[in-house]
Write a protein that binds this ligand. Structure first.
Ligand SMILES: *[C@@H]1O[C@H](CO)[C@@H](O)[C@H](O)[C@H]1NC(C)=O
Ligand SMILES: *[C@@H]1O[C@H](CO)[C@@H](O)[C@H](O)[C@H]1NC(C)=O
Ligand SMILES: *[C@@H]1O[C@H](CO)[C@@H](O)[C@H](O)[C@H]1NC(C)=O
Ligand SMILES: *[C@@H]1O[C@H](CO)[C@@H](O)[C@H](O)[C@H]1NC(C)=O
Ligand SMILES: *[C@@H]1O[C@H](CO)[C@@H](O)[C@H](O)[C@H]1NC(C)=O
Length: 405
């Protein structure tokens, strides 16, 4: 009977996940890329997965001016748990590293005006070997709600892909049933892609707010470039599914870590804005260079990323190592943000001359074009007028063209 009810409920849920969340791409901080599964609080107390780390990052989101720009989620990733559930089957946070428990941490994070995200896994174990949600989906959804959690990332290690078609929707149902709106981040399509298949993105969007569909980001330009190529290929047309309530997630922001040059940092910010991607920084917020912080807090980047129609930009030109990306920024596509990408990693800057018409911008009265990072006014350009851009190796020219006649 319970199963039948669940099936009926799932059928009703299909086509729209209506929890009122992720109307624009979520922004915040997530521990995984930078802090991984560092549980050695004895030798590395400042960088281990512990309540202290999340409290410090929450404080920094506020004190360094990130939260007022929209970076409000503080997200726990793997390795936060005890190795065993309690006798009642409830998940327990590691007693040494989270001595006050997750509910207390959530209360603290909320007191700063921020939101708390947590991590679990659909399979029998998390990727790090901690208890998974298999056979406990409902219980875990209820536990997270009782703790005051605001976002749940459900990974897919130690699970059969064939069970995901039912299991990820089931968790969506159980989260909904708690009555607490919790943003639902699914790793489901990533595992489908790893298995060599093309996900059913429409179905996924009807159960998940955001979803990972490609490899974990690493702290390197190669990794950023590879993800951009996956998104440029857009196999299965996943870009078309993005919109308020639903976003593809190309993974964390690594701007502020060790692996990217300043030009490459600009590429990640411009491209994540154009791809309408979640902006979840995985960096030490207490140790960010001023120029990098300005990029993370850049007005043009955030405005493009958070544009309320939530249209995901796409690659419209690929010519060897030169690419053009465009994100429409109004319903009737009369304006947008664009990126000229130079993926070549040799030599000096390339000079590009591009008429607006090549971006699909055809209004005869023209467009007010600004440089995306600086806001510098370039001119009111007609469709045949040329934008002249100089683009460094592994760099980007990021622009915004508005039509508001
Ligand atoms: C388990 O559940 C019982 C009954 O609801 C409750 O009295 C007990 O405190 C719970 N034990 C733990 C460890 O939470
Ligand atoms: C649960 O789903 C219903 C129907 O889609 C929706 O109206 C409601 O806001 C959802 N509640 C939560 C807490 O997600
Ligand atoms: C993108 O497509 C090209 C051409 O089909 C292919 O060679 C490349 O491996 C793809 N890249 C990714 C990351 O999917
Ligand atoms: C770009 O350069 C051409 C000359 O090559 C010039 O006519 C045009 O006005 C320039 N565009 C802008 C926006 O300055
Ligand atoms: C450009 O901006 C000016 C000043 O805000 C405005 O009057 C004009 O209509 C804009 N032009 C276009 C094409 O949107």
């Amino acid at each position: 009977m319970k199963l039948l009810l669940l099936l009926v409920a799932l059928a009703q849920l299909a086509f729209a996940l209506d929890n009122g969340l992720a109307l624009t791409p979520p922004m915040g901080w997530l521990s995984w890329q930078r802090y991984r599964c560092n549980i050695d609080c004895f030798n590395d107390p400042d960088n281990c997965i512990s309540e202290k780390l999340y409290m410090r990052m929450a404080q920094l989101l506020v004190s360094e001016g990130y939260s007022k720009l929209g970076y409000t989620y503080v997200n726990i990733d793997d390795c936060w748990m005890e190795m065993e559930r309690d006798p009642n089957g409830t998940l327990v946070a590691d007693r040494k590293r989270f001595p006050h428990g997750i509910k207390w941490l959530a209360d603290y994070v909320h007191s700063l005006g921020l939101k708390l995200g947590i991590y679990e896994d659909f399979g029998t174990f998390t990727c790090g070997g901690y208890p998974g949600s298999m056979f406990y989906l409902q219980k875990d959804a209820e536990t997270f709600a009782s703790w005051g959690i605001d976002m749940v990332k459900l990974d897919g290690c130690y699970a059969d892909i064939s069970d995901m078609d039912f299991g990820y929707p089931a968790m969506s149902f159980f989260l909904n049933q708690t009555g607490r709106p919790m943003l639902y981040s699914c790793s489901w399509p990533a595992y489908v892609v790893f298995n060599g298949q093309v996900p059913d993105y429409k179905k996924i969007a009807s159960y998940c707010n955001i979803w990972r569909n490609y490899a974990d980001i690493q702290d390197s330009w190669d990794s950023v470039k590879d993800i951009i190529q996956f998104y440029g290929n857009d196999t299965g047309s996943f870009s078309l599914v993005a919109g308020p309530g639903n976003f593809n997630d190309p993974d964390m922001i690594i701007v502020g870590d060790y692996g990217l040059s300043y030009d490459q940092q600009q590429v990640q910010m411009a491209m994540w804005a154009i791809m309408a991607a979640p902006l979840l920084m995985s960096i030490d917020l207490g140790n960010v260079k001023p120029e990098t912080k300005r990029l993370l807090q850049n007005d043009g980047v955030i405005r493009v990323n958070q544009e309320f129609h939530g249209i995901q930009g796409r690659r419209i030109i690929k010519d060897n190592t030169f690419e053009v990306w465009f994100k429409p920024m109004s319903v009737d596509a009369k304006g947008g943000a664009f990126a000229f990408l130079n993926l070549n990693d040799a030599g000096g800057p390339i000079q590009v001359q591009m008429p607006l018409s090549k971006l699909g911008l055809m209004e005869g009265e023209g467009y007010n074009v600004t440089e995306g990072f600086t806001g510098k006014f370039i001119g009111t350009l007609k469709p045949h007028d040329l934008i002249n851009a100089s683009i460094n190796p592994t760099g980007v020219w990021f622009g915004i063209a508005y039509f508001d006649c």
